[in-house]
Design a protein around this ligand. Sequence first.
Ligand SMILES: [Zn+2]
Length: 146
Amino acid sequence: MLTFTFEAMQAIGDECMSSEGRQEVGGVLGGRRQLNGPEVRSAVPVENCAEDPRRTYIPDHEAMMPALHCLDREDLQLLGTFHTHPGARAVMSGPDVALAQSGGLLLLIGLPAHGEMHRSWEWRAYDPLASAETSFAVRPPLSAPL
Ligand SMILES: [Zn+2]
């Protein structure tokens, strides 16, 4: 089973809000592989260097190194990556299929169109190691659990 710490969910949510649904944003996911599945404990944004960032997310290589060092400092494993699909469903595009085949956890977040970020967000995760696919809805703002 895929699980997230509240801090990781909040970091992903903050990054999603930063774009206001204008372009794809994303980053790396750090955590631990537990017996029952991956636990995402940290999400570090990595700049999008795609030619058309409204339709594609390509993590910037130079920005990737400091993000990986962040996970290292927290003694976390690189579990995979996340990115958004603004105004679209959280389903794999052609480049996403290639990314998923690289072996890491792939988390896609289908965001509402610009100006409708208060609506629920579709999160879909592909875990190639467990051959598992999970999807759920997240309703912003992400507030502290009671
Ligand atoms: Zn994508």
